[in-house]
Design a protein around this ligand. Structure first.
Ligand code: PHE
Length: 455
């Protein structure tokens, strides 16, 4: 291990940590993905299942990740080394997480880049005076232009590098304190506008009046998988961010706050988008194109439509940025803590490497749309599946097993100050971490292997 030249960085305030961690959790997953999967699965009943997954599986695993980082006081790999020693197989879990964050950032930056492009379109009046057909075509034109997509991807990554170069307090924390309040304000504004439109009441009924006949096994698995992604679990983020906390931090209270913020934002975003959709008599099950293709058309029909579209894409860009800096920090923290690199070198090199790794994903909709080396999938699809369907749930599973079974049993009363995790966790949370969370993740994995008859 390298000598650490300065004392380890930490958060200036507890509130700053909550904003940064909630910033990581609240991302494209909340604004883009949650509304369309909730729409596809028929609303109300799916929302109930989703809330159950967040509570029964997501929050316990988040507590476990926070405990590992707070205790290890190092990056996602180093924290396992600090707790178990260098040769321990548990370190592989940390490794898997760092790799997941690295690959995830490479294609997340491509989608985030699209939102930058739309931001410019909305700001420059490029969406105005166009027919719905023309607006829909804009998306296909964008993703089919390699130069433009790569330009925005590079710009987005540059913004990430600029923030992470600043370190924890003056980079990530300071920017989270700007981005997150702005995001909440923008969302509130759009929400009020949406609720005042004709579709407001219908959107409320759609999301909060459960119709259990629409619930399928597929919905359950989607809810479970999404709970993972939306809480930023399995990618080392919560371990790394918690390693900048003081050892007395109350991880139970912290994880509840982060999860509540994430859930509220997902629900409010979905209500906003559905109210706009219903006011135009649109089907809620429009799918992944909802945000980029359908929503601009609908927003432009409302009073102050161009302004609303601008605010919406600003919201999307902010949400993406506050999430992606956490992925970059996972890899950078690893190189600083384990390899003794300077923050400057680590951030710039990782930023560049992520850009290169993202190029095949950026081209997956244009020049390389027919390059499908992975069972007929493009690079973009394959990277997404590898991370979201495999690496995140697998890392989460082992985190739950580690903290639930191994850590506690080896050191019944020792080494866990700040209310040891086991001591600090009520029997209920422990039960969830030991049995319910692992069983749920195993269910997702079996389903992916095609071993469950859910279709
Ligand atoms: N939680 C983020 C979102 O909802 C995605 C994410 C996953 C971020 C894993 C970091 C780590 O968009």
């Amino acid at each position: 291990m390298q000598k650490s030249p300065a004392p380890r960085a930490n958060w200036a305030t507890r509130f700053g940590f909550i904003l940064a961690a909630a910033g990581s959790a609240i991302g494209l997953g909340n604004i883009w993905k949650f509304p369309y999967i909730a729409g596809q699965h028929g609303g109300g009943a799916f929302v109930l299942v989703y809330l159950a997954c967040i509570t029964l599986v997501g929050i316990p695993i988040m507590m476990a990740e926070l405990a590992i980082g707070r205790q290890g006081q190092r990056d996602a790999v180093g924290s396992f080394v600090a707790l178990e020693g260098p040769g321990s197989p548990w370190c592989l879990v940390g490794w898997g997480s760092v790799i997941a964050a690295f690959i995830l950032l490479s294609f997340y930056a491509v989608v985030a880049g699209w939102s930058f492009d739309y931001l410019l379109k909305a700001a420059s009046g490029g969406l105005r005076n166009r027919s719905p057909g023309e607006i829909e075509a804009l998306f296909d034109q964008l993703v089919a232009s390699p130069g433009r997509v790569i330009f925005w991807q590079a710009l987005f990554l540059t913004a990430n590098v600029a923030i992470v170069l600043g370190g924890i307090r003056t980079g990530i924390e300071r920017w989270s304190k700007i981005l997150m309040p702005a995001l909440f304000a923008l969302l509130l504004l759009l929400f009020i506008q949406g609720m005042r439109s004709d579709g407001g009441g219908q959107a409320l009924a759609f999301l909060f009046r459960p119709d259990f006949s629409r619930l399928t096994p597929r919905a359950l698995l989607d809810a479970l998988g999404h709970a993972f992604f939306t809480l930023s679990l399995g990618a080392g983020v919560m371990i790394t961010y918690a390693s900048y906390l003081e050892p007395e931090a109350d991880i139970r209270a912290l994880s509840l706050r982060i999860a509540v913020l994430d859930t509220v934002v997902a629900l409010v975003a979905a209500l906003t988008i559905f109210s706009v959709a219903f006011s135009a008599n649109l089907e809620a099950g429009a799918g992944p194109g909802l945000v980029f293709k359908t929503l601009p058309i609908l927003l432009l029909r409302l009073p102050f439509g161009s302004l609303l579209a601008l605010l919406f894409f600003l919201l999307l860009a902010f949400a993406a940025l506050s999430s992606s800096i956490s992925m970059l920090e996972v890899v950078v923290a690893y190189l600083i803590d384990e390899k003794g690199w300077s923050r400057r070198l680590a951030t710039i090199l990782v930023g560049f490497a992520v850009f290169l790794l993202g190029l095949p994903s950026a081209l997956s909709f244009s020049l390389w749309q027919d390059v499908r080396p992975f069972f007929g999938h493009t690079f973009f699809e394959a990277f997404d599946a590898l991370v979201s369907s495999w690496l995140l749930p697998l890392a989460g599973l082992f985190v739950a097993l580690y903290v639930g079974w191994f850590w506690g049993s080896k050191r019944p009363n020792k080494t866990l100050p700040g209310g040891s995790l086991q001591g600090g966790l009520s029997a209920g949370w422990q039960l969830l971490l030991r049995f319910v969370a692992p069983a749920a993740v195993i269910l997702i994995l079996l389903n992916q292997l095609g071993l469950l008859p859910s279709g």
